[in-house]
Design a protein around this ligand. Structure first.
Ligand code: SF4
Ligand code: SF4
Length: 63
């Protein structure tokens, strides 16, 4: 999962929808991904993003 920070408008939808938001997302001016080990790739954040700047990549979590 990747965020294109140049397109992000910082609306916070990804944070609001994510079941693990407090561990994964930090919204300042734009969204930052803190720790993807907690992401279970439910894709909710990508569906809620109004500017489609979240890219879901299904691969093994990094160690
Ligand atoms: S895919 Fe699901 S768990 Fe992962 S960051 Fe998005 S909303 Fe959160
Ligand atoms: S939903 Fe998309 S535009 Fe909104 S803060 Fe998250 S990544 Fe940025």
């Amino acid at each position: 999962m990747e965020v294109d920070e140049t397109k992000c408008i910082g609306c916070g939808n990804c944070y609001d929808i994510c079941p693990k938001a407090a561990k994964i997302w930090e919204i300042k001016d734009v969204a930052h991904v803190l720790d993807l080990r907690y992401c279970h790739v439910c894709t909710l954040c990508a569906m809620e993003c109004p500017v489609d700047c979240i890219k879901i990549i299904r691969n093994a979590p990094e160690e």
